[in-house]
Design a protein around this ligand. Structure first.
Ligand code: ATP
Length: 260
């Protein structure tokens, strides 16, 4: 914790304001990444995943199942031998050791996913090592907001907080089970995928959208396997239709609350 609190103090001094980070897809991204959305982190097939706990091993095996080359690295033998035949290569190494990471081939990967959780010191040092090795895109798992900011400051392209993200999704679905999924676009804007309940079946979509004074827009309507083409205002809703709606969080909440 000594190292972490020192880095935290330094980061607090450097970080100008929380506005410097943009909320997107449940993660704070550094603005440089948002300016280059098509540059790094796209169309890669060489990955290194460091820390093969539940999160890391899931990311690694799924990436490998998609046909990517994946190197998995962990300090312990157990996870390495469990994944040996599922990944391109599984290596036992300490992520705090830059040379060991280089020898494992991490430096020649397009993307690194650092999934060490509890060991904050190892997580941060590993991020710096991976940066030093010149990996162009670095995703790191964080355990809290301070950790999140530190990682952004030392060069992580994307920081994820899996437990918090899943927690928000679960709460959202419990609050309104009609909302099947949602995507945060940043700046408070979201897209939600919502199921039409029996109570509004037979109503025209236009007047419902008009109640939101244009603050909620419909991007698509699915009826079973059929995509209903616009104009969406004319669509007569049927129970179990799926609507894709765009708007700010509160406006979407107001709209979806009328669906309950
Ligand atoms: P999860 O919830 O994904 O299971 P976690 O957040 O509990 O993980 P840990 O279990 O602390 O995180 O770490 C994940 C993995 O990282 C473990 O398999 C652990 O052995 C590995 N790990 C920890 N320190 C290092 C290190 N210095 N170098 C490489 N791997 C490490």
């Amino acid at each position: 914790m000594g190292l972490l609190s020192n880095i935290a103090a330094a980061a607090q001094r450097v970080v100008a304001s929380p506005g410097e980070y943009v909320y997107f897809g449940e993660a704070f991204l550094n603005p440089e990444f948002l300016r280059n959305p098509d540059g790094r982190c796209m169309h890669n097939d060489n990955f290194v995943v460091i820390g093969l706990g539940t999160f890391g091993s899931t990311v690694a095996t799924e990436l490998a199942n998609f046909g990517n080359k994946v190197i998995g690295i962990d300090i312990n033998e157990g996870p390495v031998s469990r994944l040996a035949d599922k990944l391109t290569q599984a290596v036992m190494a300490d992520a705090r050791d830059e040379e060991a990471l280089r020898e494992a081939g991490a430096g020649s990967c397009d993307v690194a996913v650092i999934a060490i959780g509890e060991e904050l010191e190892a997580n941060i040092i590993c991020t710096m090592n991976i940066k030093m090795l010149g990996v162009p895109c670095i995703w790191v798992k964080a355990v809290n907001k301070t950790h999140h900011r530190i990682l952004s400051k030392i060069g992580a392209d994307r920081v994820v907080e899996p437990e918090q993200e899943v927690g928000r999704h679960v709460a959202q679905k419990l609050h309104n089970p009609l909302i099947r999924d949602y995507l945060s676009l940043g700046n408070g804007f979201h897209i939600i995928d919502i199921r039409v309940p029996e109570s509004v079946g037979g109503e025209r979509l236009g007047p419902l959208l008009a109640d939101s004074e244009g603050k909620v827009r419909c991007l698509g309507v699915m009826r079973a396997t059929e995509y209903l083409a616009g104009p969406f205002e004319e669509v007569m809703l049927a129970e179990d239709d799926k609507l894709l709606l765009l708007g700010e969080r509160q406006n979407l909440r107001n709209f979806s609350d009328t669906f309950r």
